[in-house]
Design a protein around this ligand. Structure first.
Ligand SMILES: Cc1cc2nc3c(=O)[nH]c(=O)nc-3n(C[C@H](O)[C@H](O)[C@H](O)COP(=O)(O)O)c2cc1C
Length: 359
């Protein structure tokens, strides 16, 4: 893991999720806020820049406030549930060797050195709603104008439940998030390290539609709803998914990660052979391609969905590549965990580019 990029506090991957939860930065750095560089919106809400933090790095309100002070304007509260859930054991973040992935890989191998990508293995832990609702409420009050708070939610399958009960559980979470004054709710339909249905909904368009419609019926018809999806190899499934989600939700967030088995350097299989989501640099090309596919489907089918791009963003050029592919804004997870100041650098660079182009 790189050391010494700067002294800003950051997530310590060698320590537990709980430790990182408790040791969130409590002081926000004073940063010269660059001027607003355009008119950006997120599901119709005005935002200062297209830069967001994806579901993951922001474990609680202190982490949200920290990154809000570091030039990120769309802050996603890490996925919460209707009931408490423990985190998986360490390693939760395991660096891997990976060139640009296509999704066809049998496996990727663990790496002793940081190469921009890691296997993510948390299992979507959550505090009880009583905790996160109050935390969301307090956090929302502290954000500035032009910054918004998204709450990522997931349903929790219980023994004996079917898809309808799972859908109701998603709806309970979404309702609670909006009651806590979240600006938007992002429904996580993809978590490669959770094998049950709640982790794989994006691969079943019919079930995804049922869940999304159940949530939509439960919340206000104007409340912004987003769906986060994983990497799909089969474009026909992506077409069906977008068509079924059209007019039910406002936006698609893509891509959660590229799923793969992970091996040690000697070839032995890690995580009991289960797949893990690979996040970071190695997923950028596949994710930009999926954004472009979504945009093309939306145009051909005349759908009314925004696309939010996420996966492997490390620079202003990468942001621009996502915007060119049809994303209306972007989210980052891995890069700002490694270098918390990356948002400031990207903002400066985006503003400089705009001045150069005279727009
Ligand atoms: C530490 C970490 C935790 C994550 N947890 C979640 C999560 O709880 N819910 C979710 O939808 N995605 C989660 N993700 C996936 C990210 O939201 C994002 O889709 C993915 O990391 C790709 O972006 P990146 O390449 O910038 O990291 C997590 C990613 C990381 C790195």
């Amino acid at each position: 893991m790189p050391q010494g990029l700067n002294d800003s506090p950051r997530y310590d991957r060698l320590k537990s999720y709980e430790w990182n939860f408790e040791n969130a930065p409590t002081e926000s750095p004073q940063v010269d806020i660059p001027t607003r560089e355009g008119l950006w919106t997120y599901c119709g809400l005005p935002i200062n820049s297209p830069l967001g933090i994806a579901a993951g790095p922001l474990l609680n309100g202190n982490w949200v406030r920290y990154y809000a002070s570091l030039e990120f304007d769309v802050l996603t509260y890490k996925t919460v549930r209707s009931r408490p859930r423990e985190c998986y054991e360490l390693p939760n973040l395991l660096p891997v060797h990976a060139d640009m992935m296509s999704g066809d890989e049998d496996h990727v191998s663990a790496s002793d050195e940081w190469q921009g990508s890691w296997a993510v293995s948390f299992g979507m832990p959550s505090k009880a709603p009583e905790f996160w609702m109050e935390d969301v409420r307090q956090t929302k009050e502290k954000l500035s104008a032009g910054q918004i708070l998204i709450v990522s939610v997931v349903g929790t399958m219980q023994p004996g439940w079917g898809i309808e009960e799972l859908a109701n559980d998603y709806a309970v979470c979404a309702k609670k998030a909006f009651e806590s004054k979240a600006d938007c709710v992002e429904m996580n339909f993809s978590c490669p390290n959770v094998c049950s249905e709640d982790g794989q909904l994006f691969q079943s368009p019919e079930e995804a539609e049922l869940v999304a419609k159940t949530v939509r019926r439960t919340v206000d018809s104007t409340s912004p709803l987003l769906v986060k999806i994983g990497h799909l190899q089969d474009v026909a499934i992506l077409v069906e998914l977008l068509c079924r989600l059209d007019k039910v939700v406002n936006a698609i967030v893509t891509t959660n990660s590229v799923a793969s088995q992970v091996t040690e350097s000697d070839g032995s299989i890690l995580f009991d052979g289960q797949q893990r989501g690979i996040c970071g640099r190695a997923t950028r090309d596949a994710s930009i391609q999926q954004v472009a596919q979504c945009r093309s489907i939306i145009e051909k089918q005349n759908l009314n969905l925004d696309v939010i791009g996420v996966g492997g963003i490390e620079s202003a050029d990468h942001v621009q590549q996502y915007l060119n592919a049809g994303a209306s804004s972007v989210q980052l997870a891995t890069a700002p965990m490694i270098d918390p100041n990356i948002g400031i650098e990207i903002r400066k660079s985006l503003i400089a580019k705009q001045k150069d182009s005279g727009s």
